[in-house]
Design a protein around this ligand. Sequence first.
Ligand SMILES: [Zn+2]
Length: 219
Amino acid sequence: MRSELPMSASPASPSPPNLQALPVSPFAPAFANAQPDAAVDTPAARLARAWRALDAVPDPEIPVVSIRDLGILRDVTLAPDGVTIEVAITPTYSGCPAMSQIEEDAGRALEAAGLAPWRVRTVLAPAWTTDWITDAGRANLRAYGIAPPGQCASTIARDSIVQPLRFVPRARQARPEVVACPRCGSVHTQELSRFASTACKALYRCLDCREPFDYFKPY
Ligand SMILES: [Zn+2]
């Protein structure tokens, strides 16, 4: 914040007021939604605006869920220059084709909010897990006709950076999942195919209402 103030005072001019001693206005946060203005656009206000702007960015593959609710958006910080918005993103799996689209959408949202410059940082560890999908994200998935993922079987080593290399999908190590139909709620469902519209989903059908649906596999 201080670095954005004009530093034009020459040695000959009267010494500027001691900025550190100035009281912080208790009303400052109320102006966080106002147009960008150096006087009120504090780092905290910029970050809050950035979070709000990114909150509205949908996942390209499942547009009913935002990248924040999907757990892809990990953090929003200011770069060391104090100006650049740095967006930390963890892909759902390495090589996810939607990542460049997500980067582009995030940047566009920030620019629309007057928050350029920005940059995206990809964070690969810890690896993304379906456990990071928020409750709001799960509710949106269900409303969209996709059964949200159950709790992941192996969450213990999740927060550690080092993870064992696995050749078996984690979901299969667990007991067979009970997948509720997103339309009627019946647990009387059957897996038709391990893969559906995308690799991260399985194709199910409900044996009660007869509707097929996608199940977002936990991993
Ligand atoms: Zn059903």
